[in-house]
Ligand binder design. Sequence first.
Ligand code: ACO
Length: 442
Amino acid sequence: MTAERAASHVETEETVTLTIDKTGETHQLRVLSGTTGPSAIDVRDLYAQTGMFTYDPGFTSTASCDSSLTYIDGDAGILRHRGYAIEDLAEHSDFMEVCYLLLNGDLPNAKQKAKFEHTITNHTMVHEQLMYLFRGFRRDAHPMSILVGVTGALSAFYHDSTDISDAHQRMVASHRLIAKMPTIAALAYKYSIGQPFVYPRNDLNFAENFLHMTFSVPAEEYRLLPEVSRAMDRIFILHADHEQNASTSTVRLAGSSGANPFACIAAGISSLWGPAHGGANEAVLNMLGEIGSKDRIPEFIARAKDKDDPFRLMGFGHRVYKNYDPRATVLRKSCDEVLAALGVGDEPLLDLAMELEKTALADPYFVERKLFPNVDFYSGILLKAMGFPTSMFTVLFALARTVGWVAQWKEMVEDPKQRIGRPRQLYVGPDERKFVPMAGRR
Ligand code: ACO
């Protein structure tokens, strides 16, 4: 089955009967099925039928859309994009192929890949006037604050790709976002450390070009190590898309009102910034720094288990994966390769991280709750070894996730079932009160 034909759910013959105990009324709800994974109970007309809403804070049991991009089985530790296992994509393809796959539904052939790479390469420069925007930020601004601001501002520079009803403009905006995000991310970094901006180079691949713009200076060219650019590319692949997580749902919700793609992606970046989501790898390194040495691990494990202590083991647990995060497995291997290539194989933080992982995985608290290391546990260590400061970690995540956000946004706009996102609530505030004029208030 092609990705195109799999784009909509199937209404099965199966139904679910809801009985309202108080009145004895019954309501038939249809069951919808996708290609694979759990079915869903269709509650779209529940309110019209019963006058009641469903209640699901955090959307733990709610499917918000049809999507043919990414499949996750959290219990089995499976992640697939358009049907392809993440392990295969990380091992045998590159980020440009994964971008093409997510955007177009199939892996590219050699000609399609060359054309796509050419398109992305030719969109990497940003409007020269956009550079002036950076200078309005304080020197010590967090690069994420610059990224969120500058991405939102792209809609002021690229008016010719903001008409979301035009398929060509949607594709041009998608290409622009994927291509310009590394440039903006590198500019944000350069600005924050007071180094001159470095322009993109069209003879380098996507990952190499980003490393070049981030680390080279006019006085000295950055020496690209193949192991490092390969690891960078792999990090991009592993973060490309992850189904309806908080930032992707934010992009979809923002886009559901018809907002332009640049504004929607800026909204996604904001959501990603939180420590429970994209900010976690930065939090992992901060936590490892705070733990400091192996002998203090038991103290921090005890704190993580203490319900009166807000401390959580960063890089552990996941809303969906109740097994090893498959991305973590891939990155664990990359960590060894890169640290060896960089000659930092005896990195003490890695040593500490491995010991922490071992201790947690042997502790009944973590075992019973199925809390395994997630991708952030390793990405932080790897990025640090590659020379990135912790403040850039979430920026890199945003850069990689841009393709997922864009592909999900496009899928939503192109879905005829799409409606503005508008959740309801269970009101728990005061019932109607009589207005009291100021003189009568105590
Ligand atoms: N350390 C200690 N206890 C934890 C942790 C943790 N990292 N994660 C979950 N728990 C506990 C909870 O206290 C809860 O215990 P209880 O049942 O006794 O009350 C139980 O495990 C279930 O946890 P929830 O909070 O219900 O899980 P939820 O799905 O809401 O949260 C989350 C998932 C936010 C990722 C959480 O595990 C967490 O905060 N982890 C640390 C931050 C992190 O690494 N985030 C990165 C996520 S991956 C990504 O964004 C790419």
